[in-house]
Design a protein around this ligand. Structure first.
Ligand code: ADP
Ligand code: MG
Length: 602
């Protein structure tokens, strides 16, 4: 056996396997270098999905001749000044990108430092490195990678269609652009522009929101809340979509740590935790969140592409995200993501990241579309019982409110004027009208009230005069039997009654004593329907949601004006009342301006 050192050219090719997976990785590395170089404008050209040519040109700091010659050498970097891996403030630090790209393409770099008499150009490819030669060049750097993977045909075979590779590359640029609104990004494929994001000036927060709306669609900007929090020197900023702006996939969640886009399971999990109870588990919110920590509190050197990070105190970061998001969303409880789509929303939906599957993307002008959730009863069931005012919890409002002035700013949801189809409350507000889905709203209020009562101790329960026996299959009986204590904490007292039945002795006072059997069956369905992996808290949330949903569907009935106004006032006072537990809006607001637009008056 003979042990020998591998030649540099081979080492670089092996490293390239990790760093350069596809054209998008080349684009990402080059654009990161341009941002690191302090560029304020970056132009990218992607030909044939990046196979023929990837060109990144910037107006950054440029390189002197000696630096240029070193830059394509392995582990040569200007970015680790004090040779410490614990304080990394730049994208790059491994000095691997340029040699790796040179190993799998024909690389040309042209560069000039401001103040230098001339610029310099250098070629390198598949193990060959040329001499630097003088070249007239503008300040900044232009890197061209041609014939990607020509030396590694195996990789070439795995590339997807040009359009797909281009899309991945544009998405990589969009991610970087979200974190750097102060930099202009312009991308084209040689025939047409693919992305045009001029640098934003002025207030950073505003510039960031503007940049996000250009990339995620303007509905995001209109339906997002500012997120801002800090804990032990770690800060969280950015924007989070209201729960009503939800998606089927989690791919519209963007996370950044110290300006670096990351896909980190800890952070995704924290977002899920924050929206728990506000969305069904198969829907996902939209968010762009930026975590900033002292470099010594995060390790970005976990993976060659630096897409993962490790926090010194992961629990702290998780807590910061959950509590800051909850706080931001509670503050926006009165907003829902629903308003009339504008032409700008359609424009935003064309960018690759805006997936166009959102609740608003396909709604025809003037109509509000909401995502549909199969299996949920949308129609109010016929009203059997007769819950009293105290059972519904809507106390009569102070007398004389009906005649009050709807223009009071203290009444964001306005004054009720009518009820339509025993389902919708129409209210007049200072600047327009509000349509409330009384079932969705009532469901939300009941849910929040159950939660509040539970947090304050056990919710009041009401004994049944005649305990109700509910027959169920064995699986459901044992699922319920395993949850006796949790249900009791919610005011529901049950016992098993032989193998095939449950006996219900007490129910939460809030829900009243009607249709107990149907409620128990719903809860049992919920318990056997794949809820086994959920945490105790998540399970309780689901049971509460089931109770609230069950109850409020039964409550479909005619309301008088006082009851309607009482409902509106309670919505105003309740956190998260802007959407039901399935993430659908509980009400829709139309401004006078929007109504005028519908009639072509504007
Ligand atoms: P890293 O970014 O990890 O330092 P790279 O191989 O990507 O490694 O780049 C090597 C070096 O080349 C950088 O440290 C930097 O000094 C220089 N460089 C690369 N791209 C540019 C650019 N666009 N402008 C100025 N300098 C650059
Ligand atoms: Mg780099």
């Amino acid at each position: 056996m003979i042990v020998r050192r591998l030649p540099d050219s081979l080492v670089n090719r092996i490293a390239a396997g990790e760093v350069v997976e596809r054209p998008a990785s080349v684009v990402k590395e080059l654009v990161e270098n341009s941002i690191d170089a302090g560029a304020s404008e970056i132009h990218v050209l992607i030909r044939d999905g990046g196979r023929a040519l990837i060109c990144v040109a910037d107006n950054g700091c440029g390189m002197a001749r000696e630096d240029l010659c070193l830059a394509v050498e392995r582990h040569a970097t200007s970015k680790l000044a004090d040779e410490s891996l614990s304080r990394i403030g730049t994208f790059g630090f491994r000095g691997e990108a340029l040699p790796s790209i040179a190993a799998v393409s024909r690389l040309t770099i042209a560069t000039r430092q401001p103040g230098d008499e001339t610029g310099w150009a250098l070629e390198a490819n598949a193990g060959y490195k040329g001499e630097a030669r003088p070249l007239a060049h503008a300040n900044g750097t232009r890197v061209e990678a041609r014939d990607l993977f020509f030396a590694t045909p195996a990789r070439l075979k795995f590339l997807k269609a040009a359009a797909t590779e281009t899309r991945h590359a544009v998405e990589a640029i969009q991610r970087l652009a979200m974190a750097h609104p102060e930099v202009g990004f312009f991308v084209g494929d040689g025939a047409r522009p693919l992305l045009s994001l001029p640098a934003g000036g002025g207030d950073f927060e505003e510039a960031r929101l503007h940049r996000l709306s250009k990339i995620l669609g303007s509905e995001f900007a209109r339906s997002a809340v500012v997120v801002a929090g800090e804990r032990d020197g770690i800060t969280l900023g950015g924007f989070a979509g209201l729960p009503t702006l939800n998606r089927r996939l989690a791919s519209m969640q963007f996370l950044f740590v110290n300006g670096r886009p990351v896909r980190d399971r800890l952070l995704y999990g924290a977002i899920r935790g924050a929206y728990q109870g506000l969305l069904p588990s198969d829907r996902h919110p939209m968010a762009a969140l930026f975590v900033d920590a002292a470099p010594e509190d995060v390790d970005v050197n976990v993976h060659p592409t630096k897409a993962e990070v490790r926090f010194r105190d992961a629990g702290l970061v998780r807590g910061l995200i959950v509590s800051t998001l909850r706080h931001a969303l509670a503050g926006a409880a009165q907003r829902t993501a629903v308003s009339l789509p504008t032409p700008a929303a359609a424009e935003g939906a064309q960018t690759p990241l805006a997936d166009g599957r959102g609740p608003l993307a396909s709604s025809p002008r003037g109509r509000v579309a909401t995502p549909s959730f199969p299996g949920l009863r949308e129609q109010p069931a016929p009203y059997h019982g007769a819950p009293t005012a105290s059972a519904t919890g809507w106390q009569a409002p102070p007398a004389g409110e009906e005649g009050a002035d709807p223009a009071q700013p203290a009444l964001p949801l306005g004054l009720a004027r009518a009820q339509l189809h025993a389902t919708y409350i129409i209210a007049e507000t200072a600047g327009g009208i509000v349509v409330v889905d009384q079932h969705a709203a009532h469901e939300r209020l009941t849910q929040e009230r159950l939660k509040r009562e539970m947090a304050a101790g056990a919710p009041a329960s009401q004994g049944l005069l005649i305990p109700e026996v509910v027959e169920l299959d064995e699986g459901r009986v044992s699922a319920l039997a395993a949850r006796v204590a949790e249900l009791e904490a919610l005011g529901m007292v049950i016992e098993t009654f032989g193998a095939g039945a449950i006996i219900v002795r007490e129910v939460p006072a809030l829900l009243g004593a009607f249709e107990v059997g149907a409620l128990i069956r719903d809860i049992a369905d919920e318990l056997v329907g794949g809820g086994a992996h959920l945490s105790l808290n998540e399970r309780l949330d689901k049971i509460i949601a089931t109770m609230a949903c069950h109850y409020s569907v039964r409550a479909g009935r005619r309301l008088n004006l006082s009851e309607m106004n009482a409902l509106l006032r309670e919505m105003e006072a309740t956190a998260f009342s802007g959407q039901c537990s399935h993430g659908r809006p509980t009400y829709v607001a139309l401004s006078l301006a929007e109504i005028e637009k519908l009639f072509g008056r504007r």
